[in-house]
Ligand binder design. Structure first.
Ligand SMILES: *[C@@H]1O[C@H](CO)[C@@H](O)[C@H](O)[C@H]1NC(C)=O
Ligand SMILES: *[C@@H]1O[C@H](CO)[C@@H](O)[C@H](O)[C@H]1NC(C)=O
Length: 80
């Protein structure tokens, strides 16, 4: 995956997640934002980029997604 495709995926994920009420508030009956989102990247190693408690709005998610970079390790490619 190149950098351009990574940006496309980030855009699509943000668009889809904009339909949800992102947040860590627990009281559903009060209409609080309670769709929890975390972000994990992987190449040959999986990394937690943001835990559930780090993302409390669509803006937080966009900030996290915009910081993700394409891996440059050779191990990131799939083997045949
Ligand atoms: C959740 O919100 C409802 C409606 O505002 C309220 O009646 C209830 O006490 C709240 N529950 C908690 C655990 O805060
Ligand atoms: C996420 O939570 C785990 C477990 O508590 C912690 O080890 C890790 O450093 C956290 N990562 C971030 C990006 O906050």
């Amino acid at each position: 995956m190149g950098s351009a495709n990574l940006r496309k995926i980030s855009t699509v994920v943000s668009l889809v997640m904009s339909k949800f009420t992102i947040g860590n508030r627990a009281n559903i009956s009060a209409g609080e934002h309670n769709t929890r989102v975390a972000v994990i990247t992987y190449d040959h190693v999986a990394r937690i980029v943001a835990n559930f408690t780090d993302i409390n709005s669509l803006g937080d998610l966009s900030t996290v997604l915009n910081k993700i970079q394409v891996s440059n390790t050779a191990d990131a490619n799939l083997y045949e």
